[in-house]
Design a protein around this ligand. Structure first.
Ligand SMILES: *Cc1c(COP(=O)(O)O)cnc(C)c1O
Length: 388
């Protein structure tokens, strides 16, 4: 695709624009990732835990009732919701913690906003007996008290950050400060396909298991490739993982779906965010715009550099859906298939509800079900009550 992955550039996006002391830590990480990613022992260990701990392969389920109801394409669901801890996030945190172990790290740090990435990180730290420190904005620790409790239950230390506005951005700053001071024995575990090189490349590497499996499974079931793959995009990790093995298959449409209240790919402009170049939503002052999504995992004003490049080059398409459409999709999938999707994943389902009926019976869609909706049921209950 003409991307220079060595330097971490995807067209003009990506790269690493950070202070020298942090660059030193990133260079070290890049070198170690390159060293281990193709190492047969490392691959064997990753595959062992994907099977025995995460529960992979997960199924590619034919959504028969939904497909019949829509009257168009055959819709398949890639079931990341069935993974241990209930989403695709485990694929990435598992890969990174195995790398941390190989690198001899003694502690793992991460930052979290709503808490989902913090919980995933605390989970693998518990599994591998690694000290775990999670930075979280003080305001967020109050709003997400239950996720703080989950992380503590898993043995992590949650550090509330009072600086600034006490939000995710301030937690990132604290975590980076910790990394600069301690990078020789500390591993910074990043949750999405964003940030300076090598993170977007590394996170894609570990999430690519999604499309590696789905490609094999769809060929077994249908004897051919899908016509389109649909995924929701926040930072872009489940999206890039679901697309990865189809990027060089031009017959497969790649479709990313975002909230219309955080429309980074449909309305963003090239810019810089958190040390890398990507499409970014700016306000009139040229600052990253405040976003609001009902799905906490999609609430981010930037997007991974490879998605920015796939959009610019026209290889992938991106659409925004409304809260109304997402709430509808959340209920339709629950009712027709007995699967309650995460609100994030319901964005992908919402677009499938629009696209499916326009296609013919012999066409095939894969929707990546990035997570399960148990965590969102209470919120949807409140939202539906308000609408009545
Ligand atoms: C975190 C999360 C997302 C968004 O993150 P990406 O990096 O864009 O994949 C999507 N779905 C679920 C269920 C999540 O937990």
């Amino acid at each position: 695709m003409g991307t220079d992955q060595q330097a971490g550039f995807f067209g003009s996006f990506g790269g690493s624009f950070i202070p020298p002391e942090l660059q030193q830590a990133m260079d070290y990480l890049t070198e170690q990732f390159e060293k281990y990613k193709d190492d047969p022992d490392f691959i064997e260990e990753y595959q062992y835990y994907l099977k025995e701990y995460v529960g992979r392969d997960n199924p590619l389920t034919y959504a028969k009732h939904l497909s019949e109801k829509l009257g168009g394409a055959k819709i398949y669901l890639k079931r990341e919701d069935l993974n241990h801890t209930g989403s695709h996030k485990i694929n990435n945190v598992l890969g990174q913690i195995l790398l941390a172990k190989r690198m001899g790290a003694k502690r793992v740090i991460a930052e979290t906003g709503a808490g989902q990435h913090g919980v995933a990180t605390a989970t693998v730290c518990a599994m591998f007996g690694m000290e775990c420190v999670i930075y979280m904005g003080a305001e967020d620790t109050r709003r997400q008290a239950l996720n703080v409790f989950r992380m503590e239950l898993l043995g992590a230390k949650v550090v509330p950050v009072n600086k600034g506005q006490g939000r995710l951005k301030d937690a990132v700053d604290e975590a980076l400060g910790d990394l600069v001071a301690n990078y020789k024995n500390t591993f910074y575990l990043l949750g999405s396909a964003v940030g300076p090189h090598p993170f977007p490349t590394m996170v894609k590497h570990f999430q690519s298991i999604i499309s590696e499996e789905s490609k094999r499974q769809i060929i077994e079931k249908e004897g051919r490739l899908p016509d389109a793959v649909i995924a929701c995009v926040g930072g872009g990790s489940n999206g890039i993982g679901s697309f990865a093995h189809y990027i060089d298959e031009p017959s497969v449409r790649l479709i990313g779906v975002e909230p219309d209240q955080a429309p980074t790919l449909t309305q963003g402009v090239p810019g810089m965010l958190h040390g890398f170049k990507c499409l970014v939503l700016l306000d009139e002052q040229g600052e990253p715009r405040k976003t609001y999504s009902i799905a906490a995992g999609l609430d981010y004003p930037g997007i991974g550099p490879e998605h920015s490049y796939l959009k610019e080059s026209g290889r992938a398409e991106y659409y925004a859906v409304s809260n109304e459409e997402v709430l509808e999709a959340f209920q339709v999938l629950s009712r027709t298939e007995g699967i309650i999707p995460a609100l994030e994943s319901a964005h992908a389902v919402a677009y499938a509800l629009k696209l499916g009926p326009t296609l013919s019976h012999d066409q095939v869609l894969i929707v990546n079900l990035s997570g399960r909706g148990d965590k969102d049921v209470e919120q949807v209950f409140e939202m539906l009550k308000e609408k009545k």
